[in-house]
Design a protein around this ligand. Structure first.
Ligand SMILES: *Cc1c(COP(=O)(O)O)cnc(C)c1O
Length: 474
């Protein structure tokens, strides 16, 4: 399997090559040359596999330049003892179940992909005698997932900028209590935008970037997208376990996906394109509803940062959905010339009109959408707790809210649980009057000593720090 850029300016490359890259050299996103297919017989053959073994099979359709036994080892380590449970499905009413994606070390679904990268990337680096210094900016979830995935990994250091004093106590404790030597938490005296800007500046300095082997593991990394496709296959298998064997192949399942950067739901779309019997992919947004607007009207108008609201499902507060380019590429027939023209129009006008395809979004591609508000989140947290006794987090609540409009008789609705309620205790308390119980382990985490490198928003200081602590091949 070879990989190309959505904008056509990259020579076909292997999975091992693209795993270490962010954007393609032409500014596009990396895509497989064709989407591998899985049929009903293949799905049945996978039914008895553990999550780790299933992951090796699904990812193996894409990562073809690796010894399959090595890939099995990578998946076994990634999905082994870091996770509290093997992606459980939990019913919350007669027709809806949660898919438990937040059993990993940072209590959010980003662990599902990041733990895989935390094994896969060191493997590739070791084969090639290379090192990688991951530079990123975070306002919470992504940074902690990356740090937990790469802590103490050979040949890798993580430099993560976060805005001083602007994360929740829980998020701070998660990141700043790590004492691994290769993890560098840089608390910048500024806001998230300042952090992001510094990362951009250093990445734009190609000489510095090459000298220090800088890289990223952001949401456009195709390895992350593919690792996330696995749990759609897993959830379909579990939802159909209860059906008579001869009828399973005909059972379609809908998924509701709390969405921000269009990464998680694109993974589901990829699984559907591979042949997984998915009925609807329900895209749930919060008040930052650029994507709901796109799927209702066919017009995509990204917002500026100033027009992004701070909501109670903060990990979905995005103004630009970086993975949407992959969907539009497929929509335009995997034609890089058409995609490049469309994105040139977007750059020039700040908006793009794809309304001629609007009817196909639901009928052909199965993607529908909706918006949820703060009041909706509170109501869904309350209703879910009343019905099932289960406490959901505000992001999952967006998924539950929007799913409600898209139930069909005979089609199970699976809502992806993207975080645990302990991570967003304040909103849970507002909804229920109390918080989700905190385990002893989490209580200990909050009490652990914290360590950060405090820094002004100053590119020179950051460069000097990275140059000093970066890991180098010898
Ligand atoms: C990242 C995140 C999302 C959004 O996922 P995308 O892949 O960006 O669409 C939703 N919920 C939580 C808790 C997240 O951390």
């Amino acid at each position: 399997m070879q990989y190309v850029s959505t904008r056509g300016g990259m020579a076909p490359a292997s999975f091992s090559d693209i795993l270490l890259e962010g954007l393609a050299p032409d500014g596009g996103l990396v895509m497989p040359q064709e989407v591998p297919q899985i049929g009903p017989a293949q799905l049945e053959a996978w039914r008895e596999l553990s999550y780790a073994k299933l992951a090796a099979q699904v990812i193996g359709l894409y990562w073809t330049d690796i010894d399959p036994a090595d890939l099995e080892g990578i998946c076994a380590r990634a999905y082994g003892d870091q996770f509290a449970a093997e992606v459980p499905l939990t019913a919350i009413d007669e027709r809806t179940a949660l898919v438990g994606l937040s059993e990993g070390p940072t209590l959010a679904f980003k662990d599902m992909a990041m733990q895989f990268l935390g094994e896969a990337i060191p493997y590739v680096l070791a084969k090639r005698g290379q090192t990688l210094n991951i530079l990123g900016a975070t306002s919470g979830d992504t940074g902690s997932a990356a740090e937990y995935a790469f802590r103490s990994k050979p040949g890798i250091a993580v430099f993560m900028l976060s805005p001083q004093g602007r994360m929740s106590a829980f998020q701070r404790a998660q990141m700043y209590s790590l004492d691994d030597e290769n993890i560098h938490n840089i608390a910048a005296d500024g806001v998230f935008d300042d952090c992001q800007q510094l990362v951009k500046e250093l990445n734009g300095d190609l000489e510095f970037k090459a000298a220090n082997s800088l890289g990223t593991v952001n949401s456009i990394n195709l390895g992350r997208v593919i690792a996330q496709s696995v749990y759609y296959v897993w959830a379909w298998l579990r939802a159909t376990d209860v059906v008579d064997a001869d009828q399973r192949g005909q059972i379609k399942v809908s998924f509701s996906v709390p969405s921000g950067n269009f990464g998680n739901i694109f993974s589901g779309f990829l699984a559907k394109q591979m042949g997984l019997p998915v009925y609807l992919l329900v895209l749930a947004t919060n008040e930052n509803n650029v994507l709901d607007e796109f799927f209702r009207t066919g017009i995509y108008t990204p917002r500026t940062r100033e027009h992004t609201l701070a909501t109670s499902s903060p990990s979905m507060d995005i103004s630009k959905a970086s993975n949407l380019e992959r969907f539009v590429y497929l929509l335009l027939g995997s034609n890089p010339v058409a995609l490049a023209a469309a994105w040139a129009e977007l750059d020039a006008n700040g908006s793009i009109d794809l309304s001629q395809y609007r009817a196909q979004f639901a009928t052909e591609y199965g993607i529908v959408s909706g918006t949820s508000t703060h009041e909706d989140r509170l109501a869904s947290i309350r209703a879910t707790h009343e019905k099932s006794g289960i406490i959901i987090d505000p992001h999952t609540a967006d998924g539950v809210t929007v799913a409600r409009g898209w139930h069909e008789p005979g089609v199970p609705m699976l809502v992806l649980e993207t975080a645990k309620p302990q991570k967003f205790a304040e909103t849970v308390r507002e909804a229920l009057g109390f918080e989700a119980e905190v385990s002893q382990e989490l209580a200990d985490l909050l009490a652990r000593p914290q360590r950060t490198e405090e820094m002004a928003v100053d590119a020179r200081e950051l460069r000097a720090y990275i140059a000093h602590f970066a890991v180098h091949a010898n």
